[in-house]
Design a protein around this ligand. Structure first.
Ligand code: GTQ
Length: 345
């Protein structure tokens, strides 16, 4: 790779004249913005153990009332980007949110897409676009771009969930903002009941407006059953994985980030194909070892880690008796829409 001219090679008065006109010479910066063969990647493989997060989150509950916080969240920030950037990868934001019994996180809507993966506790709910979604452990609840959402808690123990948003991307695009609203009216009906069986679509006889997001809650009981059924039906299959999809269109559940659940059989080792999107792994049940090039994380239940794109990842379930269930978030829909999605040998 030939060396290109440096800024220091240019006369100082010439550089000053460029600067005065808001002009920059490309060639000293060309290799920086277009590095050879592989992008420059700030995202660092990072492990956030739940055992470390939980006590600090409970402490946040004592230190900061919900009225002062609006959303009581500890952000899982990637040190490779700088913690103040509050991003797990280029496009993904992760936060661990606490709601205490009786608390209410008021209704708002915003341009970034969000999902919640429920980690712990019972009795909380999210009302999204007028649909009141119970929050049970392992449930995935969507709050897609622009939809009103609020969280409440009628139970007796703390409820904690993992937020995944495309906030870093939407913020970088200069398109991130929110609007506050009042308590939503709850309308009857649950998307997951209308779409309770794969391949069978509700078919109204009389025309009515289609909802862009017809299913907002993906109960863990259903996702787990789907994985078990897939594993039993394809005992030879190397990878047992489902995608959280929009049941009406078959597309990814949201526009920017992809969401999946993966089952690792007892003792299974799975090397994922090397692909351009960064990934997030969160253990719903069991445990997993995650190897990202030379780094090795032992994930316990409720632990979360991330891996940069273009990087080989190997997952291992060390248990010889228990399957492991892993929630995955990645940037695949975004990369596909941008045309930059690729796999590497
Ligand atoms: O629950 O609506 O982690 O608006 C960050 C921003 C959660 C939420 C976050 C949010 C929310």
């Amino acid at each position: 790779m030939n060396d290109l001219g440096r800024l220091e090679d240019l006369p100082a008065d010439y550089v000053a004249a460029l600067t005065a006109q808001n002009l920059v010479p490309l060639w000293p910066n060309l290799r920086g913005v277009l590095p050879p063969n592989k992008p420059r990647i700030s995202t660092r493989a990072t492990h956030w153990p739940y055992a470390a997060i939980r006590p600090l989150l409970i402490q946040a509950g004592e230190l900061t009332p919900i009225e002062k916080a609006e959303r009581r969240v500890l952000v899982l920030a990637n040190p490779g980007h700088g913690l103040d950037k509050m991003q797990a990868s280029a496009a993904m934001y992760l936060g661990m949110q606490l709601l205490l019994p009786g608390e209410w996180a008021p209704s708002h809507r915003h341009t970034p897409n969000a999902v919640r993966m429920v980690v712990e506790g019972e009795g909380a709910w999210s009302t999204v676009d007028g649909e009141k979604c119970p929050m049970l452990r392992g449930d995935l609840i969507l709050t897609p771009t622009g939809l009103w959402h609020e969280h409440g808690h009628d139970g007796t123990e703390p409820v904690i969930w993992l937020d995944v948003l495309d906030l870093p991307l939407v913020y970088y695009m200069e398109t991130s903002y929110h609007v506050n609203g009042g308590r939503q009216d709850v309308t009857p009906g649950h998307g997951e009941r209308s779409y309770a069986r794969g391949g069978l679509l509700p078919t109204p006889v009389f025309e009515r407006a289609n909802k862009a997001y017809p299913m907002l809650r993906y109960p863990w009981a259903d996702a787990r059953a789907a994985l078990e059924s897939l594993a039993a039906n394809q005992p030879e299959e190397q990878a047992v994985q489902i995608t959280y999809a929009n049941p009406q269109t078959g597309a990814h559940a949201e526009n920017i980030l992809g969401f999946y659940a993966l089952m690792l059989r007892p003792g299974q080792t799975l090397t994922l194909p090397t692909r351009s999107p960064a990934m997030v792994f969160h253990v719903i049940e069991g445990g997993a070892n995650v190897q990202v090039t030379d780094q090795n994380f032992q994930l316990a239940e409720a632990d979360t880690c991330c891996a940069p794109g273009y990087t080989p990842v190997t997952l291992r379930n060390a248990s010889t008796t228990q399957a492991a269930f892993i929630f995955i978030a990645d940037e695949t829909p975004l990369h596909q829409k941008l045309g930059v999605y690729e796999t590497r040998p």
